[in-house]
Design a protein around this ligand. Structure first.
Ligand SMILES: *Cc1c(COP(=O)(O)O)cnc(C)c1O
Length: 360
């Protein structure tokens, strides 16, 4: 459906109205799931790896939210790979030391096979990032970072990179377009693990890229088609269904996160309680791995699980993953705050903090 009003729609509205069939009599309100590996020839689609009407609906919705043209991919990692696959051999990529583990692994592997040169920086140290831009091809940003929760000065970094002709990619998975729209600040590419907040229900793995430049879009579509990083229509439908409530979910989860930080701060079990000041991810830090594990094990409402961005609160000690960056504290627990009632959540996490101390 066209959303070309005089003023761009508010994100809460775009999430609800974008990507729907034309409102003609007897048309369904929701775009159906189109299970098709091939289409009658001579049109725009032709084959299931080139396009799908269900993809188009979700792409219209994510594009309306971020303010660009969206492309869906099989996963966030497939979207990441598609961007890196457009780079010339040897390209210098500047990226956060504490970016998502899978993104770091792709960059490390790219360097190992000579495809690219990666340089890691503290993305919250603006001068350190600027100092690496002169000969860079790409500035890869995550803000807030997963799981360290560092925040980048997006406006300054994107303007400086743009002035030097450096391609900018912002992984906007944590903030979502409800809280931050990087294309409006000058980013070239926005990346999403749509598995997380866009979906919101922990039932689908999916990725997305959003761009404004038509030539860049064509190169990314070509990578999607040729690398086969194509999304299943059922997953796309589930994410579109989840996306309809994105604004409500992000608002409630963010309120809960801020309230939890207030209520849990200063608890004797904690050495630190990281919170970027917005969003739904917080990171209580314990003195050691054992205390953090006792906290995770004692939580009852909050579920021990990796991933994030669902309606339910989940948590895990990140260093349980052997590949996690060693400067992430052993005792850091990433908590993805859900939309439950704040009193129930606060009670659960408080008793889990008490248990972390008591078990010592
Ligand atoms: C999960 C995640 C990814 C990877 O996305 P998948 O959908 O799991 O492939 C990328 N970036 C961030 C910040 C993530 O949290």
């Amino acid at each position: 459906m066209s959303t070309s009003a005089a003023e761009p729609l508010h994100p809460a509205t775009a999430a609800v109205v974008a990507g729907r069939p034309e409102p003609v009599a007897d048309a369904p309100l929701n775009t159906p799931v189109v299970f098709a590996s091939t289409f009658v020839g001579g049109g725009d689609l032709e084959y299931g790896r080139f396009g799908n009407p269900t993809w188009t609906a979700l792409e219209d919705a994510i594009g309306a939210l971020e303010g660009g043209d969206a492309l869906v991919f099989a996963s966030g990692m497939a979207a990441t790979n598609a961007v890196l696959a457009t780079l010339p051999i040897g390209a210098k990529v500047v990226a956060p030391t504490h970016a998502y583990l899978g993104s770091l692994t792709q960059l490390d592997e790219g360097q190992e096979r000579g495809a690219l040169t990666r340089v890691y920086v503290d993305i919250s140290d603006t001068d350190a990032v600027l100092a690496e831009l002169d000969d860079a091809a790409v500035l890869w940003i995550e803000s807030p970072t997963n799981p360290a929760l560092e925040v980048a000065d997006l406006a300054t970094l994107l303007a400086a990179a743009h002035a030097k002709g450096v391609l900018t990619v912002v992984d906007n998975t944590f903030a979502t377009p409800i809280l931050q729209r990087p294309l409006e600040l000058g980013a070239d590419v926005v990346l999403h693990s749509a598995t997380k907040f866009l979906s919101g229900h922990s039932d689908a793995v999916l990725g997305a890229l959003v761009v404004r430049d038509a030539e860049l879009k064509a190169r990314l579509i070509s990578r999607r088609t040729i690398l086969g990083a194509t999304a299943g229509p059922m997953e796309v439908y589930l994410v579109l269904r989840g996306l309809r409530t994105l604004a409500l979910r992000v608002e409630r989860a963010s309120e809960n996160a801020a309230a939890l930080v207030e209520r849990l701060s200063g608890h004797p079990a904690l050495t630190e309680l990281r919170y970027p000041g917005f969003g739904a991810i917080i990171a209580p830090v314990f003195a050691d791995a054992a205390s953090a594990e006792r906290f995770v094990a004692a939580a009852r409402l909050a579920r021990f699980a990796t991933s994030l961005g669902g309606v339910e609160t989940t948590l895990e000690r990140r260093r349980r993953w052997s590949g996690e960056v060693v400067t992430i504290p052993e005792g850091l627990v990433r908590v993805s705050v859900g939309i439950e009632h704040i009193d129930d959540l606060a009670a659960d996490l408080t008793q889990a903090l008490d248990a972390a101390v008591a078990g010592a």
